[in-house]
Design a protein around this ligand. Structure first.
Ligand SMILES: [Zn+2]
Length: 464
């Protein structure tokens, strides 16, 4: 039981961080409705009996890796993550160690970042369709990436959640006893914890990575790529009892051999693209598609050839994108499609260290450290103590940063674990400094959030 002092500290933290919580919810450009600013006021902490999230608290069936993580949606949980774009100079040491090991092993191709000029554009001499770059934006297919489903299979996936518009989708999937893969945006998980829990705990659907702030990934430096993937891995890991997601989807389908290699070699992630695009995200936007057109496209593919199977880009962004899928679902069934998640069509679990949303979890690190590289594990065994309970982090001083940055406190704990088999503290500890280290005032965060939205908005206008 927490002492009165720690309770007061918790309460103070809750009040302070409530501002940050508003800011972290990415008010996604694609939304077709206005957000109310009091979305995260304390009212959402108490679910009435009829609320969809109410039943979540009675389940508790999922096994964990043994670590006690900060409860999803609490201030301590929120404080463990960057509220906006991750700082590439303040990454957990374990991630940069794994990245450096991959570079040393020659596993990360030296391809310059693209620049955004309508489409991502590469410097002269780097052919986006060539074997070296192989940009997915240009429909170049890297052999390691997933584009197609097996014949007759409908690979169900939805991007950009969790959001409030996700709720009817999750309810529908559950009612119909089917599962999908949800490629989630990190800051949206921060902003919509109840919806996140609904997808993972209630639906037991696959949780996958869709980056922290939804950028064009090929425009980023290597370490920016590491931050976008790593923090999203981290929040999913710490919010699912220690599970490590196996799949990621690049925003706008924008990956290349460099970005896919970082995802694979540093985080063990497989890149998933798609083979049909409804462009549902653009419904209602200037020059965008219409709900009728989305419905027509879906009908055409559902009733069309079954080879290859379908992986269709669909979104949790609005009532229209969700509604188009719900409307199409009976036809999918009538036409005999085998409806499965991406992990199911790939023949396995959505997590690399657990067979399912509820099964046993083998403790594991977010970054894939090269086991043969002694130096990385040795140098990372700092003296920072890893508290047994993450829920105490708000009232306890964070353990000493090992990397000299304040967000290194989360990182230092992570780095302290050199082996996945020795400890239940394999994951980093959310700390108050983890979020504060980004040094953002609420207005800065809101400003950058707005900037992100605007850039995403303009970007989506020019590229599906
Ligand atoms: Zn997206």
């Amino acid at each position: 039981m927490p002492s009165l002092r720690s309770f007061l500290l918790l309460a103070a933290t809750a009040i302070l961080s409530s501002t940050a919580t508003f800011a972290t919810a990415l008010p996604h450009d694609h939304h077709d409705h206005a957000h109310t600013v009091n979305k995260r006021l304390p009212g959402t902490w108490y679910h009435p009996e009829g609320h969809a999230a109410y039943n979540l608290f009675r389940r508790g069936t999922a096994q964990t890796d043994g670590t006690v993580y900060a409860a999803v949606g609490t201030p301590q949980w929120t404080a463990g993550y960057p509220p906006a774009k991750p700082d590439p100079n303040a990454l957990p040491k374990a991630w940069t160690d794994a990245y450096n090991a991959a570079v040393s092993a020659g596993k990360i191709p030296k391809i310059p970042p693209s620049t955004l000029n309508g489409n991502p554009v590469y410097p002269q001499g780097f052919d986006p369709n060539g074997n070296v770059v192989c940009s997915a934006t240009y429909k170049c297919r890297n052999n390691d990436d997933i584009w197609d489903a097996p014949d007759g299979v409908w690979g169900a996936s939805f991007d950009d959640g969790p959001l409030d518009t996700s709720v009817p989708l999750y309810q529908f999937l559950k009612q119909n006893n089917v599962h999908a893969t949800h490629f989630m945006i990190g800051v949206n998980i921060l902003g919509y914890p109840d919806e996140f829990k609904m997808a993972f705990e209630d639906n037991q659907d696959d949780i996958a990575v869709h980056t922290w702030t939804h950028p064009y990934m090929t425009t980023l430096t290597d370490l920016e790529v590491v931050g976008e993937l790593g923090w999203t891995m981290e929040i999913i890991h710490n919010s699912t009892g220690g599970r490590l997601p196996k799949y990621w989807r690049p925003p706008y389908g924008d990956s290349d051999n460099r970005v896919s290699a970082i995802a694979k070699e540093v985080f063990g992630l497989t890149t998933v693209i798609w083979n049909q695009d409804t462009e549902d995200w653009s419904i209602g936007q200037p020059g965008g598609t219409t709900r009728d057109k989305v419905n027509a496209s879906l009908k055409q593919w559902i009733t069309g050839p079954k080879s290859p199977g379908l992986i269709i880009l669909e979104h949790e962004l609005s009532n229209n994108t969700v509604g188009a899928f719900i409307e199409a679902f009976p036809l999918i069934q009538q036409n005999g499609w085998k409806f499965v998640s991406i992990a199911q069509l790939d023949g396995g679990s959505p997590y690399s260290n657990s067979p399912s949303s509820t099964g046993a979890v083998t403790p594991g690190q977010v970054a894939v450290l090269d086991a043969s590289d002694d130096s990385s594990s040795d140098s990372s065994s700092s003296s920072s103590a890893a508290p047994a309970s993450k829920t105490s982090s708000a009232s306890a001083p964070a353990s000493s940063p090992s990397s000299g940055t304040s967000s290194g406190s989360a990182n230092g704990n992570k780095a302290a674990d050199s082996s996945s088999s020795t400890t239940s503290t394999a994951s980093s500890q959310p700390s108050t400094t983890g979020g504060a280290s980004q040094g953002n005032s609420a207005s800065t965060i809101l400003g950058s959030g707005l900037l992100t939205c605007l850039s995403v908005f303009f970007a989506t206008l020019v590229l599906s």
